[in-house]
Write a protein that binds this ligand. Structure first.
Ligand code: UT7
Length: 321
């Protein structure tokens, strides 16, 4: 049996930070409201010259160094991003060119939003498991600051910029044990970025994220609970077998409720939300990288990763690190 194993991780966060005190000067909000309702204290914001591509390159190079692998050994590049460099060529192709390699498949997952990293990881895992490729670079990279309406307090306080990357490679040792992906288009209006190519904008502010936060909150809590049951059942495992939850970082109250569902203490949850906000598809690899790099997640630990976002789309992975 071939598994895909996490060989290395990398991260990049822009230097500029906007604190909640800074947000108070931009929109009608308060530090206390943001912390109480979301858990966010600050977010990183890309400089003018930084893009999903430049940040993906930095995170990827760090992940490849960590994995002890050269760009030439990468068998596939997938970038999950809702804020791509261009419509096409893909950010992944542009990264491939910057890495000085050619030939391996490279593509973006643009529309799975905050669930993007789970979709990307699942696809790369299937290719590795089937024996079609030996390694993959899986990235989440987002400049959310360019798609939020900075006059809308209900969204602009939530998001941040950054990139996280993971190198996975074929192994005889257990690694990614299973992945689970879902979508339900009946909830299409709960979270969207409704700009349409070549068409007049049919929604006011279509260039910006539209979100009905409280509806999404309730949906997330329900679907993630079912997703955990599905993931554990597929592997014949119990909640107590899980060492770490590595969740999408959207809201601390959602994360706390997920930890409770799994009977995990909060110190068994990889959290970056207070310092980074919601970085969409970058949030899971960023949280994973941080907890691995500071030594909390150790080889042999059982990790449950989960993400959800626009679509709705959601997914999980169970990984023996
Ligand atoms: O990554 C994609 C997935 N995203 C998510 O999962 C987001 C999930 N949802 C959430 O995280 C929460 O729903 C939010 C943080 C977005 C909102 O928190 P909430 O507790 O659900 O608040 P709400 O939307 O029900 O709004 C409560 C009040 C409203 O005022 P009224 O109508 O009660 O007078 C809002 O206008 O809070 C107001 N409000 C704010 N007040 C101060 C909304 N945003 C702000 C703000 N500062 N930034």
């Amino acid at each position: 049996m071939i598994y895909s194993k996490i060989l290395g991780t990398g991260a990049y966060l822009p230097e500029k930070i906007l604190t909640n005190a800074d947000m108070e000067k931009i929109v009608d909000t308060t530090h206390d409201w943001i912390v109480e309702r979301t858990g966010i204290h600050q977010r990183h914001i890309a400089a003018e010259h930084e893009t999903a591509l430049t940040m993906a390159e930095k995170a990827s190079r760090q992940a490849m160094t960590d994995a002890g692998i050269t760009p030439a050994e990468i068998g596939m590049i997938i970038i999950a991003t809702t804020t791509p460099e261009k419509m096409f060529p893909s950010t992944a192709c542009l990264l491939q060119q910057r890495l000085g390699i050619a030939g391996c498949p490279a593509f973006d997952l643009n529309s799975t939003a905050c669930a993007g990293f789970m979709y990307a990881l699942s696809i790369a895992d299937q290719y590795i498991k089937s024996g079609a490729i030996k390694s993959a670079l899986v990235i989440g990279s987002e400049v959310m600051s360019r798609v939020v309406d900075w006059s809308d307090r209900t969204t602009c306080v939530l998001f941040g910029d950054g990139a996280g990357a993971v190198v996975i490679g074929a192994s005889q040792e257990p690694g990614v044990l299973s992945t689970h992906l879902h979508a339900d288009g009946t909830h299409k209006d709960v979270l969207s970025l409704p700009v349409s190519i070549g068409k007049p904008m049919d929604v006011e502010g279509a260039l910006y994220i539209q979100m009905t936060g409280n509806q999404l909150f309730k949906l997330a809590v329900n679907i993630l609970g079912d997703l955990f049951d599905e993931t554990l059942k597929a592997n014949g495992l119990k909640k107590s077998d899980i060492n770490w939850l590595v969740p999408h970082q959207a809201n601390i109250r959602i994360i706390q409720s997920m930890a409770k569902k799994l009977d995990l203490d909060m110190d068994q949850v990889a959290i970056t939300l207070p310092d980074q906000g919601n970085t969409s598809s970058a949030s899971i690899p960023l949280a994973l990288d941080k907890a691995i790099r500071d030594g909390r997640i150790k080889r042999g630990d059982m990790l449950l990763l989960e993400g959800f976002g626009g679509g709705l789309a959601w997914g999980s992975a169970l990984i023996k690190y």
